[in-house]
Write a protein that binds this ligand. Structure first.
Ligand SMILES: [Zn+2]
Length: 913
């Protein structure tokens, strides 16, 4: 393992590898007399390039040896060019740029990205060190062929066929027909012999499975050790073979190795050498490489002349290397060689998936803690929708520069006078084409670094014909950590755009420090020069970059992430509705069992629009029925169709209605009469006296959450066994991962300790693994926090603090709902909350007011009971409850199913009586 020096104080926000002094230039390198120095310089540069390619890109700083060197006039040097060409056969200009700065040559290395047109290689390598036989020669596999071999071995192991049986020819040799297999048979017979004659001619030759070697040198053991790994790797990776040492490959004559030159420990030495070869197993059995070594005596005129050594290599289940692959990464700031294990894992992008589930299951099980289980990947669905999201939220226009997200900018600009002007001036200085400036309270924390309180906010400028610029606005110009913060944030953001966002072009992020107006200070900047190709060349590149930024944003919680997330969920719901609507024609009556988190109201609203389109009917012919007034008002605003509560439905006449969608039916009850019968008589009326033919067959779709059924016995729903046809929606999870996790745990608990309201069918239809899979495809990171044993005052303070910091981040009161268990608790909480909120309303912040659920469309925070809020949702939900209440699980599930991205559950201390 070689380590190269790296300077953490380098100005580029990039991984920078310093390779020291190097001779550069075509002529200079040609004239180099010290070949070993030339080789060392060459490998330092090539290894650093390989490591940076595999680690998200960076810069190599080369100190130029010759004072008169000019990159333009003298170039790099032929050996360097050839090596780079070998490393990057598809063209190094796609990845590398050179910039001479005085006596340094900076080599800019872009992150490696798999070629979509051929075998996708996830990392690049100098040599695989995996060998294969090609007729009678042994070759080091190129990266693509190595990948092919790995995949083949992997799929064999997955099919349980890793045990490769060596072919043992059944037949005896035939005089008239010969095939390649015959040589193997001859070799195996040869192995059985115990006596050979000097200069005896063998009756077979070299083949794919047989290799002859003859050494005349004195140092036999070192020579054997040197070439043995190649043959072991090549034979073992294929169908096995024989290496016969002491036979001339041309004449096929037995010479043997002179007994004086052969160490008595030869067998042991061979064994040790093979023991050391790196292997990688896909199988569970993990056997060792199986090799038999036999020493045959060679006699000359009845006297022992020497020995022939036969190494029989059996086929190996998985892969054997001659040594670790020649492939490099940056690890702990060093250029580090990968081990065979790491290399295969990266080549195949293997997630840790142990064979034995019972022992190692915890490794890849999603933990219910708030940590995100996905590491560096994002939900698969995000990639599918990134373009649509970009077009909706960040369209590239040629009008003026946009400042995003609007609510955060508004908050920042109103709290800090002069900031808006300052930013506009700064942006105009940096670009003359209109761009998008994306603000965040902390881009550092958005990309997984620490938030700093000296930083008011960061803003990222994206514009055509410019590199990206990350402005860091400091509250304290004297803060010494500013530069390091800005550089680290810029670097991390750039890395994430590639690794997470999937941006494949050349990209850089220039850090820039700005002080708030009034502080009279502008930290001196040393301009960073990047090659021209690191700018966004056109609209297409800008769109690609914005899409990558959207993916990066969606993968960590922030205001922008939440705004993008809501749009993302809308797209998912629309897609699901599209699928569901396919059954509208043939399934007129349907029970839709929607699990918590599937956003059934949003789905129901979209379905009504579909009904309208599909049956060419008017809005007033479709009726939406739900339980609460608040939900009815909300739906009325969302759709042109008519919406009523169950109570109104039972009291009124609906002669024009042809289709009915009933939502939240888990909350229905049979007070006011049989609503189900009434709905059926509207959608499927029977003509009096005219047989059983229906006049009209309308849609009657009933949405319910089977886990949240309130009064199973008197809900008015048919018994679960009669709820047919039925569709159970378990796979659309449209909320934060953390919240989905809470719901999953609660459903699991209900499944284990069922209560009478949840039908056995429902319990059986919940499958943890399937739910988790859906979560991983769709759920986005969010926030879940839970606090217990609080007094009413502490609870109020907690909510107020949280709300205050959310407002600071640009969230608005209309994003928040505070829900309690019972309607009668509302007043008590309201007083405490208002008192607590006042403490934060010192400097001109908007006065907090609360609305009831019916005011869901107002701009205020909702404060109401969970019952009143049923069917409605908000981005951020606080659930307040007394501790130790019965039916705990159901309440937790009710709170969780109202929240999209943030859920805070607060439990009050039980009052002492
Ligand atoms: Zn194996």
């Amino acid at each position: 393992m070689e380590s190269l020096e790296m300077d953490p104080e380098m100005l580029y926000p990039e991984i920078t590898v310093e390779v020291g002094r190097v001779t550069l230039g075509e002529e200079n390198r040609k004239e180099m007399t010290n070949c070993s120095l030339k080789r060392t310089e060459n490998s330092k540069i090539i290894q650093a390039t390989c490591a940076l390619l595999n680690s998200g890109g960076g810069v190599i700083k080369v100190e130029i040896d010759d004072k008169n060197y000019s990159y333009r006039c003298h170039g790099l040097g032929l050996d360097l060019e050839t090596s780079l060409q070998k490393l990057l056969p598809s063209g190094s200009q796609k990845y590398l740029d050179y910039l001479q700065q005085g006596h340094n040559l900076m080599i800019f290395v872009k992150s490696w990205n798999p070629d979509v047109f051929s075998l996708p290689l996830r990392i690049c390598s100098l040599r695989s060190n995996l060998y294969q036989r090609a007729m009678t020669s042994t070759v080091n596999l190129g990266a693509s062929n190595a990948l092919e071999l790995l995949r083949e071995k992997q799929s064999r192991a997955q099919r349980g066929r890793s045990r490769v049986k060596e072919l043992h020819p059944q037949k005896a040799l035939d005089q008239y027909t010969q095939e390649e297999e015959d040589t193997r048979l001859c070799a195996s017979e040869f192995l059985q012999r115990d006596k050979l004659r000097y200069k005896e001619k063998l009756n077979f030759t070299e083949s794919t499975h047989v290799e002859f070697k003859r050494f005349t040198t004195k140092k036999i053991i070192p020579r054997i050790k040197e070439m043995l790994p190649h043959y072991v790797s090549a034979f073992a990776n294929a169908q096995g073979g024989y290496l016969i040492i002491g036979v001339d490959d041309k004449s096929k004559e037995v010479f043997g190795c002179n007994r004086e030159k052969v160490d008595p420990d030869l067998k042991k030495e061979i064994g040790n050498c093979i023991e050391k070869l790196p292997t990688f197993h896909f199988c569970c059995e993990k056997p060792k490489v199986n090799v038999t070594t036999k020493i045959l005596n060679v006699y000359q005129n009845d006297a022992l002349y020497g020995y022939v050594c036969v190494v029989h290599v059996e086929p190996f289940c998985c892969v054997v290397f001659t040594e670790a692959p020649d492939s490099w990464v940056i690890r702990d700031n060093c250029v580090t060689r990968l081990t065979a294990q790491q290399w295969v894992t990266m080549m195949l992008d293997i997630q840790p998936a142990p064979c034995n589930l019972s022992t190692d299951y915890s490794l890849h099980q999603i933990s219910p803690a708030s940590s995100t289980p996905r590491g560096t990947s994002c939900p698969i669905k995000v990639l599918e929708f990134k373009r649509a999201l970009q077009q909706r939220l960040f369209p590239v226009t040629w009008e003026e520069t946009q400042f995003q997200p609007e609510s955060l900018c508004k908050k920042l600009f109103s709290d800090h006078k002069g900031l808006e002007e300052l930013m506009k001036t700064q942006v105009n200085e940096d670009t003359n084409s209109p761009g998008i400036v994306v603000f965040s309270r902390s881009w550092a924390s958005d990309v997984g670094l620490r938030k700093e309180h000296h930083v008011l906010c960061d803003a990222l400028l994206i514009a055509v014909n410019r590199p990206l610029v990350l402005y860091t606005i400091l509250t304290d110009p004297a803060w010494v950590g500013g530069r390091v913060y800005a550089r680290n944030t810029a670097h991390q953001l750039k890395q994430k755009l590639g690794t997470l966002g999937g941006y494949t072009g050349k990209v850089c992020v220039l850090p820039r420090l700005i002080c708030l107006p009034g502080t009279q200070c502008r930290p001196a900047e040393i301009p960073l020069r990047y090659p021209q190709s690191y700018r966004l060349a056109n609209k297409d590149e800008m769109e690609d970059l914005l899409q990558a930024l959207i993916v990066v944003s969606l993968c960590s919680p922030s205001l922008l992430s939440d705004q993008l997330g809501c749009e993302f969920f809308n797209l998912l719901i629309a897609e699901q509705c599209e699928l569901l609507s396919e059954s509208l024609q043939e399934t007129r009556e349907l029970f839709l069992h929607c699990f918590p988190g599937t956003r059934k109201t949003a789905l129901a609203i979209k379905i009504m629009e579909k009904i309208k389109d599909l049956f060419h009917c008017k809005s007033k012919e479709i009726l939406y029925v739900c339980e609460s007034d608040a939900l009815k008002d909300f739906v009325t605003q969302q759709t042109t169709c008519q919406a009523v509560t169950r109570e109104t439905f039972m009291r009124g006449e609906f002669p024009k209605i042809k289709h009915i969608v009933m939502d939240e039916t888990e909350n229905f009850c049979s007070t006011y009469g049989d609503w189900y019968l009434k709905a059926k008589s509207i959608t499927h009326p029977k003509m009096r006296g005219a047989g059983s033919e229906s006049l009209h067959r309308g849609i009657l779709w009933l949405f319910l959450d089977p886990f949240l059924v309130r009064h199973a016995a008197r809900s008015g729903l048919p018994p679960p066994s009669a709820q047919f046809p039925r569709k159970t929606i378990t796979n659309g999870i449209h909320c934060a991962l953390e919240i989905a996790m809470v719901m999953k745990e609660e459903m699991k608990r209900i499944q284990e300790n069922p209560h009478s309201n949840v039908s056995p069918d429902t319990l059986a239809s919940f499958r943890e693994a399937a739910y988790e899979e859906a979560m991983c495809h769709q759920a986005l990171p969010g926030v879940f926090e839970s606090e217990t044993n609080l007094t009413t005052e502490e609870m109020a303070k907690h909510v107020a603090e949280r709300c205050h910091s959310l407002f600071q981040c640009g969230y608005l009161p209309k994003d928040i709902a505070i829900l309690c268990r019972r309607g009668e608790d509302r007043r008590r909480y309201e007083l405490a909350l208002l008192r607590a909120m006042e403490l934060f309303e010192t400097h001109g912040a908007t006065k907090v007011a609360f609305s009831q659920a019916s005011g869901v469309l107002d701009a205020h925070i909702i404060l109401d009971s969970i019952q009143q809020f049923s069917g409605l949702q908000r981005n951020i939900v606080f659930g307040l409850s007394p501790e130790g209440t019965l039916l705990e699980e159901v309440h937790k599930l009710r709170f969780a199913s109202r929240a999209i991205k943030h859920l805070y559950l607060l439990y009050e201390k039980r009052a002492a009586f």
